[in-house]
Design a protein around this ligand. Sequence first.
Ligand code: SF4
Length: 579
Amino acid sequence: MSDEHRQMGNEKGHGHDASNVVVAQRVTDPRLRSPDAPINCLLVHPRFSAFSFWNYRDTAATIGAKSPSPPLGLITIAAILPTSWNFRLKDLNARPLTEADWEWADVICTGGMLPQQTGILDIIKQARSRGKFVAVGGPDPSSQPQLYTDANALVLGEGESSIPIWMDSWRAGSPEGRFETPEKPDVTKSPVPRFDLLKFEDYVQIGIQYSRGCPFNCEFCDIIELYGRKPRTKEPRQIIAELEELYRLGYSGSVDLVDDNFIGNKRAVKRDLLPALIEWNRCRGYPFFYSTEASMNMSDDIKLMELMQEAEFRNVFMGIETPDPDLLMGAQKTQNTMRPIVDRVNIVYGFGLVVAAGFIMGFDNEKPGIDDAMVRLIEESGINMAMIGLLVALPNTQLTRRLLKEGRLLSFQGKLITSESEMFAASSAHNAPVEIVDQTLAGLNFITTRDRLRIFREYRSVVQRVYAPKAYFNRALRTIRKLKVRSKHIPRWFEIKRSIRGMVMVSLGMTFNRDTCWYYWRNFFFAMVRGPHVVEQAVRIMAIYLHFQRQSRYLVKAIESQEPAQRKVPADLSVLTAS
Ligand code: SF4
């Protein structure tokens, strides 16, 4: 699956060895003499672009929320850092930073993913200009630390392993430097994230994490490089403790398990986690429902699907990638070739889960005309949330290493490069033909095997066709027909208020939009016939179109506007053979 949107490292480790990297310097700021002092720590989560696939702010606004999900990584590191510290969380996707925040802070902790790179660098710059100590971590700084050397501390890899190294160095008088270890932390020691730092009303859903890593071996995936191929799972008691804390704090509604692949360790999920979750839901009166990411083989295990339905799982994101099985084999995504994709998706609908999926264009040896096959697959499988992206060679992946060896890796300006360090340097990202909002548009940073412009045009055609109002709402109707919803979830007052507001706002938004009015009410009344739980799911599926209509228009325009720049990039492999 495509997982670059996932959270920064957040499992707790313990102990470290001689292979740790510690490049530390001494500081003279008296407030920073000891990490065991009551330090004021400002946790800053950089903004995502409003045009990122995942940043469905328009839809979130209908329930009064400001952003889809909170920064799980930051609230987890708050739980790992010394208990003597005071924390203030600023998620710039929800609320702005104020001068009072800067004044208050002794230490700034920030970090994030590739699309947040510019935002992270900006926070570092602002912090340094105010004379503040700033530490960075998370996926992008861990993949490309050379871009973040202006930060005082680079705390790399999984926080649970690297934060104790940072703290030890600090206690020895050196809080500045680079702190990392190849050790993968034991997630059974992970603390409960500091959910109390969140304003629940700012978010559509709250994330928790059960496992890290994935057993598969997709060539383009950076998850397996960062978190390993041996899935590490928390114990059910930890997940229950996290849910209990959310419950205690008054939260109710959607909980997203932000795992790289929820069923990475299927045995543990079936035998340990799901039975515990089912029991806890029952005892607590079903306050939550769940979503997650999982590989397609989940549909092959009926027992697993039954347990997930019983545990109130309602949404799953899968990396389908492409309809062409040869391309899947080439990308080492063999697990997607075992059974017909549409059959597998239909099985999942049969257990009441709505499927969202990632699709990728631009694989090596892709044939012209893939756009038609891609649209057909999306239509037949009835997938509404289809994240359609161009293949991107991410730092630190098998794909990037192969392309480098083959002399095919490009910078954002379309120039051939010879090392990974030149790939995503902020200076080149700033000058890229389009803003890097997420992996949908950051792609094709390599010489393609077929005509590059044709891939861009086929990509544009897929986005236009899939997100045309009629196509979207017809797919939604097909999904509503297939969904077999059996929910026991009982909302608490917090959620009831939001749901009523959301229903009214979505209905108004759809009614006053000429493109959607008829289709929305047609689907709404069809869902009503099938029962209140189906109506709820149907409105959720349709509400997200408020975001997709805007986001897909942006994608189409962005693709069109970068055509002149793409003409200057080597068109295909023939350039290499000619030289
Ligand atoms: S290796 Fe696992 S996490 Fe990565 S894309 Fe493949 S299935 Fe997804």
